[in-house]
Design a protein around this ligand. Structure first.
Ligand code: SF4
Length: 699
């Protein structure tokens, strides 16, 4: 067993959301662990939310996948890895490198992600590696790159505490990033003059601390921020200091002036109050999350927000800036390491020949992917139509979580060769695999994650790997060696992978990349084991901090780009459906519940899938509280318990994403979400499914 051997609890990082809280874990000797918040971790200073504090209840071995399987029969690692390597190599030889794909996860550690990316892009030679983070924050990545020339989060968590006004749009921070919400709530209590504005069609728990809740028309965020941009210009509040650092301001302002604020559905007094609060505050942080990103115009919404911060110069200084919060524990690490199909490691660009050559030379690889690979939705379409013939799914459950989930499940089932690496034996996806590979889970894994403020923290093991379970990087490296590249995949410890990655970041810095952890390149294994949380950049000259306060951006001319945004509402509901279903998380469950489903304490909050329905809609449908409703469209069917509430708008019910099960008989909402995507980011519009609703009759 490879464990932190220092006395006392092991310092690690929570397995769930992008806040990235530090955790002290003390094994109880019976397979569980006592969990406390780490008082020294700068993300949480000892706080934990209910999910984090219940982590010790989720590390038991029930339901674990403990041995490799081929065709449902247990086997050993050599047989399983030989088969995976042989089938991938054979498929590539027969059909080319783009006939294979990896679909990975924002819950992988950075070291796992680095190895998967190196194997696919540098050695197999295809860009076909994408991640479930595509579902989470790809629109933020695309918006950052359009505006800043790089996927850089400008600010820090402490900016939320320092701000005069915090605007939360498309973010139920109270449930989805609870410790960051706790920090914000505590700051507002300590400084009552602070203003909090929540922009959300639903009245969520986050509204508890709001001075103003704007229940805008779903999808109209860009119209609201365009109204703000036009007002900034009308009042002459553009930053004189920043104006020379911007390109595209005139075009963005002209587009904002043309856009119609009535799209927001707000009455003029509400809109005026929002404008007054925002414009009266020098220090404004605008936090955004899935309600912005998961839209077919998500990237435009991101840029509509960033435009307002750029024009006023409210970016990169204490208490101000646009702030995208990531859903998963290592969504950010995946972005940094090139886990998206259109990126290389260290924020280098796959479409830039110099970047490609540099990475190929560094890896000493035979070739490198020459174009972006398939993004998540397109990847499963390619599986469906046979262009992808060998698929490796790692640490994620797309048969539940992808939009049009029934279609995705059928595509996986029909793939010539599917490998699934997972912690759990029976998920909706593992049952479709030809080869199952048992992976280590939280508490057993060793590596790093990056949180939403660019802070890299260690996940450390405190439990032995059960059965034959192996770390994901080790499994991937074993396949890489078997495919003929023993030297490139020869690491013996994650510290070696991290050091290689850090050395690559130094070279990336010479090409203009913002991502820099070169100070870690000479880190020894002992230093890696002891590593305290660090904020990147970490170089010889710079240790952490904010970006862009000096008005210098990562574009070729150093100027930020303002984008002209033409707001779009979701397409009109067609096919006779009457409702537009919004989807999201609940406080105490995580993704497809493979981990949180083990905790009785977490199940007590909300025990079954539900449909929040406005009283007017419930009356129209003759549905009573606790009735069962059938939610359907041509993609599939979901069955949900009715919860009648005026927290949602008429015509806009809400259902959580977490529950699994057979379509038409269970609350698996991915079955009714169509696979429409943002054209820039490829992120699916998971919050806007046109559906019909009727009473469920099980017979
Ligand atoms: Fe874990 Fe997020 Fe809760 Fe922190 S806020 S304990 S990272 S789930």
């Amino acid at each position: 067993m490879e464990c932190d051997s220092r006395p006392g609890p092991v310092r690690t990082t929570c397995a769930y959301c992008g806040v990235g809280c530090g955790v002290l874990a003390t094994p109880d000797g019976t397979g569980g662990a006592a969990i406390e918040g780490d008082p020294d971790h700068p993300a949480n200073f000892g706080r934990l939310c209910v999910k984090g504090s219940a982590l010790g209840e989720t590390v038991g071995l029930e339901g674990r996948l403990l041995a490799p399987q081929i065709g449902g029969q247990e086997t050993d690692w050599d047989q399983a890895l030989d088969l995976v390597a042989r089938r991938f190599a054979g498929t590539i030889a027969a059909h080319g490198p783009d006939s294979v794909a990896f679909y990975v996860s924002g819950q992988l550690l950075t070291e796992d992600y680095y190895v998967a990316n190196k194997l696919m892009k540098g050695f197999i030679g295809s860009g076909n590696i994408d991640t479930n983070s595509r579902l989470c924050m790809a629109s933020s990545v695309a918006g950052h790159r359009r505006a800043f020339g790089s996927d850089t989060v400008p600010g820090l968590y402490e900016d939320l505490e320092m701000a005069d006004t915090v605007v939360l749009t498309g973010s139920n921070l109270a449930w989805c990033h609870p410790v960051l919400y706790q920090r914000l709530a505590a700051a507002k209590t300590a400084r009552p003059s602070m203003r909090v504005v929540v922009i959300d069609p639903r009245r969520t728990a986050t509204c508890d601390i709001a001075d103003l809740h704007l229940a805008i028309e779903p999808g109209s965020d860009a119209a609201l921020f365009n109204a703000l941009l036009a007002e900034i210009d009308r009042r002459g509040l553009a930053s004189a200091r920043f104006r020379d650092h911007l390109a595209g301001a005139d075009e963005a302002i002209a587009a904002a002036r043309l856009s119609d604020p009535s799209m927001t559905g707000l009455d003029p007094a509400e809109l005026a109050r929002f404008l007054e609060i925002w414009l009266a505050s020098e220090k404004v942080v605008t936090v955004y999350s899935q309600g912005i990103n998961q839209s077919d115009s998500g990237t435009d919404k991101v840029n509509a927000i960033i435009n307002c911060h750029l024009l006023t110069g409210r970016i990169g200084r204490e208490g101000m800036g646009p702030f995208s919060v990531t859903g998963q524990p290592n969504a950010m690490g995946g972005r940094e390491v090139g886990g998206l199909a259109n990126m290389l490691a260290c924020h280098l660009e796959i479409e830039n020949p110099m970047h490609r050559d540099t990475v190929r030379d560094f890896w000493n690889s035979p070739h490198i992917a020459e174009r972006p690979g398939l993004k998540a939705v397109d990847m499963f379409r390619a599986v469906e139509d046979g262009r992808i013939k060998a698929l490796w799914i790692i640490c994620t459950n797309p048969a539940v979580s992808m939009p049009d989930a029934d279609r995705v499940a059928r595509a996986i089932a029909g793939c010539d060769f599917t490998v699934v690496s997972d912690v759990m034996a029976r998920t909706d996806t593992t049952r479709l695999a030809d080869v199952l590979l048992p992976a280590t889970g939280w508490g057993e894994k060793n590596g790093t994650v990056t949180n939403s403020e660019r802070r890299i923290s260690r996940q450390r093991p405190f439990l032995p790997a059960p059965g034959q379970a192996r770390d994901d990087w080790r499994i991937l490296a074993g396949v890489g060696r078997r495919m003929g590249w023993p030297d490139a995949f020869a690491w013996q410890h994650p510290a070696e992978i991290f050091a290689e990655y850090a050395a690559l970041s130094e070279i990336a810095g010479t090409l203009g990349s913002d991502f820099d952890i070169s100070a870690c390149a000479a880190m020894t294994r002992a230093e890696y084991d002891r590593m305290a949380p660090i904020l990147w950049p970490q170089s010889a000259t710079r240790k952490g901090g904010r970006f862009f306060a000096d008005g210098r951006f990562h574009t070729a001319d150093g100027k930020a780009r303002m984008l002209p945004i033409r707001p779009q509402l979701p397409e009109a509901i067609a096919d006779g459906h009457l409702f537009r279903l919004n989807t999201g998380r609940v406080r105490d469950h995580w993704h497809t519940m493979t981990r949180t489903g083990k905790s009785p304490r977490l199940a007590r909050h909300l025990a079954e899938p539900f449909l929040e329905l406005h009283p007017d809609d419930a009356k129209r449908l003759n549905l009573q509280p606790a009735d069962l409703a059938r939610v359907a469209n041509r993609h599939g069917t979901s069955v949900l318990r009715v919860l009648v509430t005026d927290r949602v708008k008429p015509g806009h019910p809400f259902a959580p994403i977490h529950w699994t099960g057979e379509t038409g008989k269970a609350g698996r909402v991915g079955a009714v979400v169509p696979a429409a995507v943002d054209p820039v980011s490829g992120q699916p519009a998971l919050k806007s499914a046109a559906v019909s609703i009727e009473r469920y009759n099980p017979r």
